[in-house]
Design a protein around this ligand. Structure first.
Ligand code: FDA
Length: 307
């Protein structure tokens, strides 16, 4: 068991490190969709995304959509990203889909300036739909939380963000946010972070997730429990039952293509489940993080390659 966990941690590190190699990137970008990326990504176009959202809604699942992309370094590109998000928000609205948008601030210009990212998100919030700001690498956490606060202070309430259980700082961040009755998604954390910033051992991350989840659920805001970990999902159900926390105060969230049966089982039991459903041509870093989470996914790719 301990040996398995060590092997998994080593594979995760190797996959996330290999993701930076130009050769790996070229190979995966050329063959990845055919080899299995389509399991995790709704497609490359907005029409693909809308079709996937419709299919999920028809099964009783809610969804969010994300135009894949990150680390944009010029303002003109961020304007194109904003324009595409404006269009998808309008289409979600027109087609009356149970869906919203989750986006990354480095896609909207955080690497150019904090003010640009803020301006771009507030422009999208003017459309009135709920938007969640994903959490990226630890270097962006401070700025992301600052922007979230600024938006709330400016009166935007239909906004949420994400906290990552693997970061040592997260319990303090949560305490600081709770007075705002925030809408928070809790995740374990998907990036390669050094041990002076984040728990290196999965068991510690899992334990911290459980504690943070209970604090969030009792904290008076809205909690999106984003995990495929059945032990934590069972714990959330037991905790909310025991403390009389209504189902309108929380939801489960999972990733497109991951634990689909579990998603449907929870819907059948009367829980709200949202499926995070990304699309777009820039799926490479997203796919590599999904492989890093579960090195066994590599086997899925290899099997497809051998077919
Ligand atoms: P864990 O890794 O323990 O997995 C539990 C079980 O789930 C596994 O045993 C396996 O069965 C299944 N599983 C998990 N990942 C899988 C995969 N990729 N493929 C196949 N099976 C898999 N992170 C972040 O840093 N910032 C963010 O904004 C987000 N946003 C986000 C939204 C949503 C809706 C989800 C579900 C996740 C994120 N994440 C994220 C990713 C998150 O940090 C984490 O890396 C993954 O959710 C995997 O961790 P689990 O909680 O599922 O547990």
């Amino acid at each position: 068991m301990a040996a398995g966990a060590t092997l998994n941690a080593a594979s995760r590190k190797a996959i996330l490190a290999a993701a930076d190699s130009a050769r790996v990137q070229r190979f995966v970008q050329t063959h990845g969709m055919r080899l299995g990326a389509a399991r995790f990504v709704a497609g490359e176009t907005m029409d693909d995304s809308i079709a996937a959202l419709r299919r999920l809604n028809a099964q009783g699942l809610h969804a969010n959509t994300t135009l894949l992309g990150e680390a944009v370094h010029d303002e003109a590109t961020t304007q194109k990203v904003v324009a595409e998000y404006e269009e998808i928000i309008r289409r979600i609205d027109t087609e009356k889909l149970n869906a919203n948008v989750a986006l990354k601030l480095t896609h909207l210009g955080l690497d150019v300036s904090e003010d640009l990212a803020y301006a771009n998100v507030s422009r999208l919030l003017e459309l009135g739909s709920f938007i969640r700001i994903d959490m990226e690498q630890s270097a962006y956490v401070e700025a992301t939380l600052r922007i979230y606060r600024r938006l709330r202070e400016a009166g935007y309430d239909r906004i949420g963000t994400v906290l990552q259980a693997y970061l040592y700082r997260t319990p303090d961040d949560l305490d600081a946010l709770l007075p705002l009755a925030p809408n928070l998604r809790l995740v374990k954390g998907a990036y390669l972070e050094p041990p002076d910033i984040a728990y290196p051992q999965k068991a510690d991350v899992d334990a911290m997730y459980g504690r943070l989840m209970e604090r969030m659920l009792s904290g008076g805001g809205y909690t999106a429990i984003a995990t495929h970990d059945e032990a934590l999902i069972d714990r959330a159900i037991a905790y909310t039952d025991a403390h009389g926390i209504g189902r309108d105060h929380f939801e489960f969230q999972m990733l497109y293509g991951v634990r689909t049966q579990l998603q449907l089982d929870l819907v059948r039991r009367g829980y709200k489940v949202l499926v995070a459903t990304p699309y777009g041509p820039e799926w490479y870093p997203y796919l590599m993080r999904r492989l890093g989470e579960r090195p066994a996914n590599l086997l899925f790719f290899v099997r497809n390659a051998l077919r």
